[in-house]
Design a protein around this ligand. Structure first.
Ligand code: C2E
Ligand code: MG
Ligand code: MG
Length: 345
């Protein structure tokens, strides 16, 4: 049957095994893949097929069977088209999870259900606060706070990251303006994803929010990760220069988890590097890791970059970093991310 457009359904009865269904589908695909001539041109068809089965022991409603075949067909398309696949329950659950999370993101935006926590950044020597990092959270309909690790990747894939981060920027600049009015010399960091940086109107947005809030942008740091350089080197570079021209500082986040390319780093217009928490945490058990950290700190400082160590949880880690010449840090030892109405804010 033709369902519509370029979608067809084949119903096969009395199969012995699932494998037989796959083989039939594969034969069908090969038949249609044979080239033929049309108007003197050689043409051929490619086909993406999803196979779902039911047995008399395991009955499935017709609509559900179609839904499973359809979902599987889309997975074949995503995997590069022109193939056959069998329905997979785990993949189905994953799709349901993504659909659910996407709805939560959209509802979060519509009903203003995002929140910002602020984590202190401190002077390692005496624990004095020098700034904060704003970290976004999503409240779902049940009132649970979802960690950004669960929704940022999907927000990036769906483009919803841009409105989310616009909201973050607005809130963060309001907070920064408040601190500045009170004479507090703290800087504030926000995380910006590559998709947002690439879109190009980030700088205009920042300037708009700056006007609205009255914040001095010299107190703002934008944290980016190395993936920025993988996706759009030339554009990203240009954008970072524009940000710097607006007075914003740039920090490279999670250094040591990705490519850690020192060649890129020497070209990127960054002011600070944040050493990833995995380094800080492995330092104690792994002497080679400790040597790496010591080396990084020295190189960055000689390049004139500020170094911030992330994920400091113990007094021993603080001491060790200080000995290595690292002066700034962030971590549970000094303070967990917390809303503005909580300590220490
Ligand atoms: P990140 O920017 O590297 O932020 C640091 C993460 O480490 C935060 O997790 C923070 O809670 C956690 N952390 C801080 N100190 C410690 C510590 O001592 N021990 C341990 N184990 N963890 C510590 P969080 O808040 O779950 O954020 C995770 C990631 O989500 C962030 O990593 C950042 O990449 C991303 N993220 C958060 N907000 C935004 C945003 O507005 N935009 C984008 N693009 N990403 C965001
Ligand atoms: Mg960060
Ligand atoms: Mg980080």
């Amino acid at each position: 049957a033709r369902l519509g457009g370029d979608e067809f359904v084949v119903l096969m009865e009395q199969l012995k095994e699932e494998r037989d269904a796959l083989q039939l589908a594969e034969r069908l695909r090969r038949c249609l893949a044979k080239p033929w001539r049309h108007d003197g041109e050689e043409v051929w068809l490619s086909m993406s097929m999803g196979v779902a089965t039911a047995t008399s022991q395991q009955e499935v409603l017709a609509d559900e069977l179609l839904r499973r075949a359809d979902l599987t067909m889309y997975r074949v398309k995503e995997a590069g088209r022109d193939g056959v696949a069998l329905y997979d329950q785990d993949a189905d659950r994953e799709v349901q999870r993504v659909v659910g999370m996407r709805q939560q993101l959209e509802q979060g935006l519509r009903h203003h259900r995002f929140q910002l926590d602020y984590q202190p950044q401190v002077e390692l020597l005496d624990g004095r606060i020098v700034g904060a990092e704003a970290l976004v959270r999503l409240l779902n309909a049940q009132g649970e706070r979802l960690s950004p690790a669960t929704f940022i990747p999907l927000a990036e894939r769906t483009g919803l990251i841009v409105p989310v981060e616009c909201w973050v920027i607005g809130q963060a600049l309001e907070c920064l303006a408040n601190w500045q009015r009170q004479g507090l010399p703290w800087s504030l960091s926000v995380n910006i994803s590559p998709q947002h940086l690439e879109r190009g109107d980030l700088v205009e947005q920042l300037l708009r929010e700056q006007q609205r809030s009255g914040a001095d942008l010299r107190g703002l740091t934008v944290e980016i990760t190395e993936t920025v350089m993988l996706q759009a080197q030339a554009e990203a570079h240009e954008r970072l220069l524009q940000l710097k021209a607006a007075g914003v500082r740039i920090a490279l986040d999670d250094f040591g988890t990705g490519y850690s390319s020192l060649a890129w780093l020497s070209r990127l217009p960054v002011d600070a590097v944040k050493l990833d928490q995995t380094y800080v945490q492995q330092m104690a058990e792994d002497e080679r890791c400790a040597l790496l950290v010591r080396g990084f700190v020295r190189v960055f400082q000689e390049m004139g970059l500020q170094v911030v160590a992330e994920g400091i949880e113990t007094e021993e880690q603080r001491q060790r970093l200080l000995e290595m010449g690292c002066h700034l840090g962030q971590g549970y030892l000094f303070g967990r991310p917390a809303p503005l109405n909580a300590a220490p804010w």
